[in-house]
Design a protein around this ligand. Structure first.
Ligand code: PMP
Length: 315
């Protein structure tokens, strides 16, 4: 989880259709999601660009939230379009040109049987300023990662394609273990020993000029940054191969990096005390292209930036 400080409070939180004061966005202790981790969430970033605030791949994030809900048999009371517009209302209300956005939907206060039938679905969206997840220093010089002793949950344990809250006990244990041992991030393996993902990032490996990343079947979250990186890399002329990887592929790689909405593109300079080296040329090129894209400094992948509805009509 890296080196983040206390959360910076903002003015409003969108909750069940209304903008409420930050302090008033509370739930009852009998909330189903609190007891059983029965929620789904997203992590989204809004960036300041020359054309105003833009949210990176906003539609895809809410579409993934809808898919996550479906996998938990949860009926979201709002459509993707309604959630997108709620997100813009919140960003407008909090007045930050750049922020992290965290939508969450969870089974609320109703019955406390494990079966979620009988529990209402609550939906909230928070936004607050959040710097680079693995630190500025990590973004520039790379981080040290450790393979976790905790396996990534398998596809028949909990649907890993869902960004479900309960799954994050798996990530939490892995990153705590890594942090306590002095590493910045954990890398989880599947039950079969293949590389899955970091506690909150997907993994990429560069060897002999080819870029590899675990296949979706390796219990990974289908990351939106992963998809972005694969498309950017291909457009820049690189070969990208999705396949099962084992831990020695990391130890012997020319370059390793991780990516996610929060972590953006963060180089890995060491895995399990095997030096990989300072950020290599492919990592540096992709990181620069990614950061230029999200900040609106290049038009090449501009289709992924979504602007506030008002800004769109002015443009
Ligand atoms: N894997 C896991 C386990 C994650 O939690 C995340 C963060 N959502 C990612 C990968 C990266 O996903 P994204 O690029 O969509 O943020």
């Amino acid at each position: 989880m890296g080196t983040i400080g206390a959360m910076q409070e903002t003015s409003k939180i969108w909750m069940n259709g209304e903008l409420v004061d930050w302090a008033d966005a509370t739930v009852h202790v009998g909330t189903h999601g609190l007891h059983y981790g029965s929620g789904v969430f997203e992590g989204i970033r809004a960036y300041e660009t020359p054309r105003g605030t833009a949210v990176f791949r906003l539609t895809e994030h809410f579409e993934r939230l809808a898919n996550s809900a479906k996998l938990l048999y949860m009926e979201l009371p709002y459509s993707v379009d309604e959630l997108k517009s709620a997100c813009w209302d919140l960003i407008g209300a909090n007045g930050l040109p750049e922020c992290y956005v965290r939508p969450i939907a969870f089974f609320g206060y109703g019955e406390l049987g494990v079966s979620s039938r009988g529990s209402p679905v609550d939906v909230a969206i928070m936004s607050w300023p959040w710097g680079s997840y693995l630190g500025e220093e990590g973004l520039r010089n790379g981080i040290r990662a450790k393979i976790a002793s905790w396996e990534r949950i398998g596809p028949n344990v909990i649907p890993h394609v869902a960004k479900a809250t309960g799954i994050y006990i798996n990530s939490m244990l892995a990153v705590l273990e890594a942090n306590r041992a002095g590493y910045e991030e954990a890398i989880l393996l599947t039950h079969d020993g293949y590389i899955a993902d970091g506690s909150g990032e997907n993994i990429f490996v560069v060897t002999d000029g080819v870029i590899y990343t675990p296949d979706l079947s390796a219990s990974i979250l289908p990351g939106i940054t992963r998809d972005t990186v694969m498309q950017i890399a291909q457009d820049l002329g690189h070969r990208v191969v999705q396949k099962n990887l084992i831990r020695t592929d990391l130890y012997l790689a020319d370059e390793v990096f991780m990516c996610g909405t929060a972590a953006e593109v963060t180089p890995i300079r060491e895995v399990d005390d095997h030096p990989i080296g300072p950020p290599g040329p492919v990592t540096v090129e992709i990181q620069a292209a990614y950061l230029d894209t999200v900040h609106g400094r290049t038009e090449r992948w501009g289709q992924w930036l979504e602007y506030a509805p008002a800004a769109k009509t002015q443009a």
